[in-house]
Design a binder for this molecule. Structure first.
Ligand code: PEP
Ligand code: MG
Length: 587
């Protein structure tokens, strides 16, 4: 086996530890005919498997409650109730009585149920499909004797590296950060849900490894280098020493960087840039507030939903938003309305769509499900009383979406007044510019939206027609493609020309070389991963705006992303020397 597995750098940091290999997929089952005499024993075997599964689920629920919360643990209560369902048990029994082995009988019934649930007209029933899949995997693994399939049953303090195909919501809520020190997945890219979450949790991660779960056996010791995106399997003593040394250097570099975390992000020719933080989980807000960021440029609210079986109610959302707002005092906190869909789905998800990224998601889903959306809008208006809250809409393509949201905001205000609940009336409403329609037609939003924020993860995906979550296309996901740079340039010119704040909140802003070009393109606000605040400040403080503008012009006139990168790189190296911190993942 190859000892070096290359993937995509998703969350920085170096960790060394044992592999915890997790195959969370429905195992293959062969058809086994049993004799009449074997039927009773097979029924008992099935019952025993159900009991074992329930025992494990109760333990998992307890763990999820400790690590994620009561709501998140509810997923597992639902799964236990499926295993207790008399119709379901009777159906499996009836197949066993027809001389079908227990595992096949169970497999067939689960497939039937999954199909029925997926076709249901009721969203609540469709949302159960994810639970059925989890139950399907768990019970089959027991019946087939596939060993302990508990996803994250890892000894606390093990500092293991979780290697799995994809990090699903139900796996995520079980993650014990005392036990898992790093994440490696076959699927995913820098901008997919798993990568964003790993960065939020501060866990080093490599994604897009394609086939790590089939190459590893599970008994290896590995080095995971989240900064360069690779795994080294069973490293030699010399390699271990090298990586420990590199981890020390990274830690020192980080300590050095912390010294400028609170400095102003100001260029050598006195152009001031505002650096804000991206916050994905309310629990992160304290840490983000001490990162040197001046407020939150993007709070992704869908992580309040992902991994849960029900939507959070108004009170729960209000508390979550207030937590972030209070952590940042008087500084602005831009909260994005639910961007559910694509790769960010609650448990069970929504109806299966052939093209989820072009599908019923984000503002489209929210406007169609107005009651669900209004719960969030009311919570946001109420949170507005505690600080400088701003509301931002994702995936906007038309001005109608902004107008429809304003109408709903008016309704929400009337409802809150009727309930005598205090709220803030003048919460600004902005839009994410992350579709080519919004970018090319950005002038149409002047007078409709109060600020712009460029979501480069999606803007790159839709402009280049490159699925941001497809590891096979990762090299083609190039924010430096001149077409993307030209769109960013235009959005910035139109927005700032009309006195609007224009921020970049996609992952691009967190990468030094990209931040340099964004400065040159006229962007004056960046919202970045909290860990990247100091490194981005170092870039801004080390160059002049005119130097960055000249570099950006050269990149705009390049023909390819590669050429653009070279134009930027050689100038940055002239300014900073050949230093490691200029290295970043994407082209
Ligand atoms: C983006 O698309 O750039 C963005 C910031 O939003 P998300 O990554 O959550 O889609
Ligand atoms: Mg987006």
């Amino acid at each position: 086996m190859e000892r070096v597995l290359n993937g995509i750098s998703a969350s920085p940091g170096i960790v060394l530890g044992p592999v915890h290999l997790l195959h969370w997929e429905v195992p293959d089952v062969t058809h086994r005919i049993i004799s009449d005499e074997e039927v009773p024993a097979e029924q008992v075997r099935f019952r025993d498997a159900l009991e074992t599964a329930k025992r494990k689920l109760r333990a998992v629920a307890e763990r999820a409650e400790r690590h994620a919360g009561t709501e998140e643990a509810a997923i597992f209560e639902v799964q236990i109730s499926i295993l207790d369902d008399p119709d379901f048990i009777a159906k499996v029994d009836s197949y066993i009585r027809q001389n079908i082995g227990a595992e096949k009988a169970f497999d067939v019934v689960m497939l039937e149920w999954r199909q029925q649930f997926a076709r249901s007209a009721a969203p609540l029933v469709r949302e159960r499909v994810g639970d059925l899949v989890d139950v399907h995997i768990r019970v089959l693994s027991i019946l087939l004797g596939l060993g302990d399939h508990d996803p994250v049953d890892v000894r606390p303090g093990a500092r293991a590296i979780l290697v799995t195909h994809d990090l699903t919501p139900s796996l995520t809520v079980q993650l014990d950060r005392n036990a898992i020190a790093g994440i490696a997945t076959d699927s995913g890219t820098r901008t997919s849900h798993v990568a964003i979450l790993a960065r939020s949790l501060g866990l080093p991660a490599v994604v897009g490894l394609l086939d790590a779960t089939s190459r590893l056996r599970g008994d290896e010791f590995i080095v995971l280098d989240g900064s360069s995106g690779m795994l080294i399997v069973n490293p030699s003593e010399a390699e271990i020493a090298t990586f420990r040394h590199r981890a020390d250097v990274e830690a020192q570099d980080e300590a050095e960087l912390q010294k400028i975390a609170d400095a102003d992000a100001i260029t050598t020719d006195a152009v001031r840039i505002t650096i804000r933080a991206n916050v994905d989980l309310p629990e992160e807000s304290e840490h983000a507030a001490h990162s040197g960021a001046e407020g939150v440029g993007l709070m992704r609210t869908e992580f309040l939903v992902v991994g849960r079986t029900t939507m959070p109610d108004e009170e729960e959302q209000y508390k979550a938003y207030v937590k972030v707002v209070q952590a940042f005092g008087a500084q602005p906190v831009v909260i994005r309305t639910f961007d559910i869909g694509g790769d960010k789905l609650p448990v069970g998800g929504f109806p299966h769509e052939p093209n989820p990224f072009l599908g019923w998601r984000a503002i489209r889903m929210c406007l169609d499900e107005a009651e669900l959306f209004k719960v969030q809008l009311r919570a946001l208006l109420r949170a507005g009383l505690h600080g400088d809250v701003r509301i931002m809409l994702p995936l906007v393509v038309t001005v109608d979406e902004v107008r429809a949201t304003r109408a709903l905001l008016q309704e929400c205000m009337r409802e809150l007044e009727a309930r005598n609940v205090p709220f803030r009336r003048d919460v600004p409403l902005g839009v994410m510019i992350e579709t080519p329609a919004a970018a090319v037609g950005v002038d149409l939003f002047i007078g409709e939206a109060e600020f712009f924020s460029i979501g480069t993860n999606d803007l790159v995906q839709y402009t280049l027609a490159v699925d941001r979550g497809n590891a096979n296309l990762a090299e083609r996901f190039t924010p430096l493609h001149p077409a993307v740079l030209r769109l960013i340039h235009r959005i910035t010119e139109v927005g700032t020309g009309h006195g609007l704040e224009v921020c970049v909140c996609g992952e691009m802003a967190s990468e030094p070389l990209m931040a340099f070009v964004l400065l040159g393109l006229g962007v004056r606000q960046l919202s970045v991963n909290p860990r990247s605040v100091p490194v981005i400040k170092r870039i801004i403080r080390g160059v002049s705006e005119s130097f960055a503008r000249e570099a950006a012009n050269a990149a705009l006139n390049a023909r390819t992303a590669d050429e653009a990168r070279k134009e930027l790189e050689f100038r940055l190296r002239a300014a900073f020397g050949n230093v490691a911190f200029l290295r970043d993942g994407a082209a």
